[in-house]
Design a protein around this ligand. Structure first.
Ligand SMILES: [Mn+2]
Length: 321
């Protein structure tokens, strides 16, 4: 007996779109990498992730699995481009790790996390299901999130602004194939680094800040999105799409408007989180892993030092006991 992604939604006609049918019938198998049990997860009020691009080689699935296994939240927003339908249509690529991610997300919903999925432009074939729920996952075109401290945030993928960005579209296009080439290089470089026991290194984090055009494009995009949020009368906006995690504060008619971008899991490996008190934070998961490694090493050496000290000068109290 195998469950499929849309098994809770049998009435949805998928025959009109062969890709939707194919994805709908993907068997969700038991994960290759099982979820660790009984360990402590960092709990947040809200988590936002986007631009995972499942179905492509660029997706950093192992990093995302580690993130999912170490965090939990009341609500989780999947802010688009979770699956890459464009690429899946050309070449069907679905490794076990990608199944593991879908399995973990469905499992989260079953455990009681409210999951809101806002399809992006790469998974736009799911936009036809807007308003429906499947497997406990709500599909929305746009969502409004109220933070613990009473701010209202508009949540959307962000490709809605591509038309407004038309004058800079050639930049986005140039960005597209150079980006893919850069990401392939990134996979290669990090494969070598991993083999050498070196930590993950972000190519575009290094490159993006040097490319003036890309910086101008991103800056303009952030401005356009924040302005749209201001016009909607909300306190801020959360989006993805441009694969650049960022927080900026804008002014709209004398009122502050927050711009949050939750980044991507192709290269940057970022998530946006809301703490219990409403404070928000962009997590850089490679950095979190690095810190965890350092803490473990420190704890290890502290335990060793204690053991050494005990061996040299046994604790009299402990001796008595
Ligand atoms: Mn997108």
């Amino acid at each position: 007996m195998s469950e499929s992604i849309l098994s809770d939604l049998p009435e949805v006609p998928t025959d009109g779109d062969p890709l939707v049918a194919k994805i709908a019938n993907l068997p969700i198998a038991q994960p290759r990498t099982p979820e660790p049990e009984g360990h402590k997860r960092t709990r947040y009020r809200t988590i936002w992730i986007s631009d995972v691009h499942l179905g492509t080689k660029g997706c950093n699935a192992d990093m995302l699995i580690d993130f999912l296994d170490n965090t939990d939240s009341e609500t989780m927003y999947l802010v688009g481009d979770i699956l890459d339908g464009w690429r899946l249509k050309k070449k069907f690529y679905w490794p076990a790790a990608h199944n593991d991610i879908v399995w973990r997300i469905l499992k989260r919903a079953k455990r009681g996390t409210r999951i809101v999925y806002i399809p992006g432009n790469h998974d736009e074939m799911f936009r036809q299901f807007t308003g429906l729920n499947f497997g406990g996952i709500e599909i929305r075109r746009v969502a409004f999130h109220d933070t613990a401290d009473g701010r209202r945030l508009m949540v959307l993928h962000g490709d809605e602004f591509d038309a407004v960005m038309l004058s800079q579209r050639w930049l986005a296009f140039v960005g597209d194939w150079t980006y893919r080439a850069a990401m392939q290089l990134n996979v290669l470089v990090n494969g070598v680094r991993k083999a050498m026991g070196k930590p993950y290194w972000s190519l575009s984090k290094a490159a993006k800040h040097k490319v003036k055009n890309a910086v101008e494009f991103i800056g303009k995009y952030e401005e356009v999105v924040a302005k749209a949020a201001g016009q909607r009368g909300v306190d801020g906006v959360v989006c993805g799409h441009i694969h650049t995690a960022e927080f900026r504060q804008f002014d709209f008619n004398g009122k502050p408007v927050e711009y949050w971008n939750d980044g991507d899991w192709v290269e940057g490996c970022n998530a946006l989180v809301e703490h219990e008190d409403g404070r928000m934070e962009i997590l850089n998961w490679p950095d979190v892993i690095k810190q965890r490694g350092q803490q473990e090493a420190e704890r290890g050496s502290a335990v060793r030092a204690e053991a050494d000290a005990d061996a040299k000068d046994p604790d009299p109290d402990r001796k008595a006991a």
